[in-house]
Design a protein around this ligand. Structure first.
Ligand SMILES: CCCCCCCC/C=C\CCCCCCCC(=O)OC[C@@H](O)COP(=O)(O)O
Length: 373
């Protein structure tokens, strides 16, 4: 079994493990079920026809990838010992860290799409083509993959001795030199690229969209209400999951890299806060499906039909048309435009709220599929 060469002093992590165990049991079961269900609905019923759905689909894959290695983590927290070897320690540590930042980047893409659709519907509408969305997702996955390499390298298992017995540890008890030479620079990079960039983008886009929607009219169309719901869930996810963890991680990183000096008691307290906020950050994988449920009517309707058992009676295509069609009757006047051969029902047009007039909107948007929200 290979491990980090230097044996670290055995710190007592049992309090952390007792705190983390029930939390991660809940997160792994709920995250797995909700994300598998979400992917199944996206693939089988909604067919990724819209740009926002492409981002949501990738977000669900990222969240599912995050939950898959969690059972190993659960075993570790319940036994205070890592028996799975160095490679699995590196892979599961890296997948855990990197997918958290991947989720931030996909949430940012969803907000950017809404921003372009609502604030700059004409000038930047070419950015809302499915091809562009797929390219952006590919870029995010490449960044995730590249980031996962150094993250895996630093997540070597380490060991310490308790009563003359070797205890293998994973995800924690990193050496001082590891923190100073490798972990701290990685934390800085992750904070800037994986947290501050998405946070500032999401905040800016949300403010601009709210401004635009407030100017529009006093009474909100169903579609505007859904956009507001999406932005609010998105912001709440950032505030609950990512802000506390990344703030504490920055502070703990500075303590470990000796950028700031504190006594041992304070360091341990900050680490307890870090562990707790890490649990909050992990909850992201079970909160993201709320975005699909509350802000994507096609998703919501499909779930309702599945619950009533209708999905099994109707063929997939029919159901999809029902889902999409039912939306068109409820929404803005634009959706009442009759479908033609050129714009069949399942590709119907969802012009952005701030487009000038109905015929111009249909003409300008053309057959580009607008978002299914
Ligand atoms: C997609 C964005 C691209 C960013 C590229 C860089 C990716 C780097 C990702 C993550 C940086 C690694 C952060 C690992 C921080 C470990 C946090 C943690 O698990 O704390 C537990 C705590 O017990 C450790 O303290 P001790 O060593 O036990 O005291």
């Amino acid at each position: 079994m290979s491990a980090s060469n230097a044996s670290q002093p055995c710190e007592d992590y049992s309090f952390n493990h007792h705190l983390l165990l029930p939390g991660y049991i809940l997160i792994s079961i709920t995250g797995l079920v909700l994300n598998v269900l979400a992917l199944w609905i996206f693939i089988c019923y909604l067919r990724l026809k819209s740009v926002v759905m492409i981002y949501m689909f990738n977000l669900a894959i990222s969240d599912l990838t995050f939950t898959l290695p969690l059972p190993l983590r659960l075993y570790y927290y319940s036994n205070h010992h890592w028996p799975f070897g160095n490679t699995l320690c590196q892979v599961s540590g890296s997948v855990f860290q990197i997918n958290m930042y991947g989720s931030c980047l996909f949430l940012m893409c969803i907000n950017l799409d809404r921003y372009v659709a609502i604030v700059h519907p004409l000038r930047w509408r070419h950015l809302r083509r499915p091809k562009v969305a797929k390219l952006l997702c590919l870029i995010v996955w490449v960044v995730i993959f590249l980031g996962s390499i150094p993250t895996a390298i630093v997540h070597k298992q380490n060991f310490c001795k308790v009563d003359n017995q070797t205890v293998y540890m994973c995800f924690e008890n990193f050496s001082e030199s590891m923190w100073q030479k490798s972990l701290f620079p990685l934390v800085v990079l992750a904070e800037i690229l994986g947290f501050l960039l998405p946070l500032s983008t999401v905040t800016y886009c949300s403010i601009r969209i709210f401004q635009e929607l407030c100017q529009d009219s006093q009474t909100k169309t169903l579609r505007q209400q859904k956009t507001i719901r999406l932005l609010l869930v998105n912001l709440v996810i950032f505030i609950i999951c990512f802000v506390p963890y990344n703030t504490t991680l920055a502070v703990y990183g500075m303590i470990k890299a000796q950028v700031i000096n504190v006594n041992e008691k304070t360091r341990i307290s900050v680490r307890q806060v870090l562990i707790t906020t890490m649990l909050l950050a992990s909850m992201n994988c079970m909160l993201d499906p709320l975005i699909y449920y509350f802000s994507t009517e096609g998703f919501h309707n499909t779930l309702k039909k599945l619950r009533r058992g209708q999905a099994w009676d109707s063929d997939i295509g029919t159901l999809r048309n029902q889902v999409v069609g039912s939306k068109s009757t409820q929404d803005s006047a634009v959706s009442k435009v009759p479908s033609s051969k050129k714009f069949p029902a399942e590709n119907f047009i969802r012009p952005s709220e701030s487009l000038p007039s109905l015929p111009a909107a249909v003409f300008l948007n053309g057959p580009i599929e607008d978002s299914e929200i």
